[in-house]
Structures are given as structure tokens and as C-alpha cells.
Design a protein around this ligand. Structure first.
Ligand code: 2AM
Length: 177
């Protein structure tokens, strides 16, 4: 037994279906240049980043998140961007749909009420596509997509043989209707 409490690296996210992940990954590969395209199965949109968290808190986190009431989100991916400060190419919405803003506020409010530590930087919705990029590519052109998200997820992040690997721990479905 080690003396240190076991921790897990966690975040809440919207997780695209395999088809949407594949389309985004294809664009990312073509756009990457000398940058690093996100692997298909890792593509997501972070809602709240908790980072290293005591594993013993996971049941409480699941209970908190299960209490979040939200409706399905229709998220246009109609914008491509580049951030110099962290060298990522991302896609996202020109304007966040109210359902997404409401989900993030409700989730973060519940984390606050549970005294859960997470990164409190304001939410700026984006899906990272390429890391360590020098800028936006001249090609391929971005073709807008629409993402229909009917749930959000709690994700664990680990390194397997040097590769970041994400594991969906739990799904939280939108309210019906
Ligand atoms: P990024 O894609 O813009 O880097 C897992 O690391 C996910 O959590 C990534 O999507 C990352 O965003 C996001 N994230 C948000 N805040 C973070 C932080 N403080 N440290 C690491 N990742 C963070």
C-alpha cells in the first residue's frame, strides 16, 4: 500500500459520436502540417477540467453530475480558429447555443456547491483539433458541421505508453423531449 491517496485526472466533456470524430480527425490530419493532429478517439469539447482528483470522490462527482438537468445541444461547428498562446487549431461555434451555456453553468454550479476543485477559467467552448500548430492552414477549407449532443460525460485521462488516453467513465443523458 502506498501512503499517497490514489488520484485520477478527470474532466467533464461533450463527446462526439464516432462519425463526427472521424470527420474532425480527417480534417485535422490534413491541416496539421508540422503540428500534431488529435487522434480520432480523443476529440472532444471540455466543459469543466478537474485535473488530479482523489479517486474516492468519483461516486460523489457522478451523483452531482447526474443531478444536472439539461436539454440536447445542437452545436454548429461553423468556426475554425488558432490560438497563438497554446498553439492549437480548434473548431467551435460562432455563437454558443443557449443550451450549451446553460449546461456549463449548471454543471459548474453543482461542482461549486459540492466543493469540487476545477479550473475556474471562464468557459470558452472549443474542440481542439491540432496541437503545436504554427497557424491556420491555407487548406483544406473548413466545411461547417452540426453536432447534436444528447449527453455529456465524465472522462479519465491516463498515459498509456506515453500516449494520452481518455476513458469515458460515465455518461449523463439529456432530459427527454
Ligand atoms: P485544450 O484542448 O484546449 O488543451 C484534457 O486535457 C482537456 O481538458 C483538453 O481538452 C484541455 O483543453 C482541457 N483543459 C481545460 N483546462 C485545462 C487545464 N487547466 N489543464 C489541462 N487541460 C485543460
Amino acid at each position: 500500500m502506498s501512503g499517497a491517496a490514489e488520484t485520477v485526472r478527470l474532466f467533464f466533456a461533450l463527446w462526439p459520436g464516432a462519425d463526427l470524430q472521424a470527420r474532425l480527425a480527417t480534417w485535422a490530419k490534413q491541416a496539421a502540417g508540422r503540428g500534431r493532429a488529435m487522434r480520432r478517439e480523443n476529440i472532444h469539447l471540455t466543459l469543466a477540467f478537474l485535473g488530479d482528483t482523489a479517486a474516492s470522490l468519483v461516486p460523489e462527482l457522478i451523483a452531482l453530475a447526474a443531478g444536472v438537468r439539461f436539454v440536447s445541444i445542437r452545436l454548429p461547428l461553423d468556426r475554425i480558429g488558432y490560438w497563438k498562446h497554446n498553439r492549437i487549431i480548434w473548431c467551435g461555434a460562432e455563437q454558443d447555443p443557449p443550451a450549451l451555456s446553460a449546461l456549463v453553468s449548471e454543471l459548474r454550479a453543482r461542482l461549486d456547491s459540492g466543493g469540487i476543485v476545477y479550473d475556474r477559467k471562464p468557459f470558452v467552448s472549443h474542440v481542439t483539433l491540432v496541437r503545436n500548430a504554427a497557424g491556420l492552414p491555407a487548406a483544406p477549407a473548413w466545411v461547417p458541421l452540426v453536432w447534436e449532443a444528447a449527453d455529456f460525460v465524465l472522462v479519465g485521462s491516463t498515459r498509456v505508453e506515453g500516449r494520452v488516453t481518455y476513458q469515458v467513465t460515465k455518461r449523463f443523458p439529456a432530459a427527454a423531449g
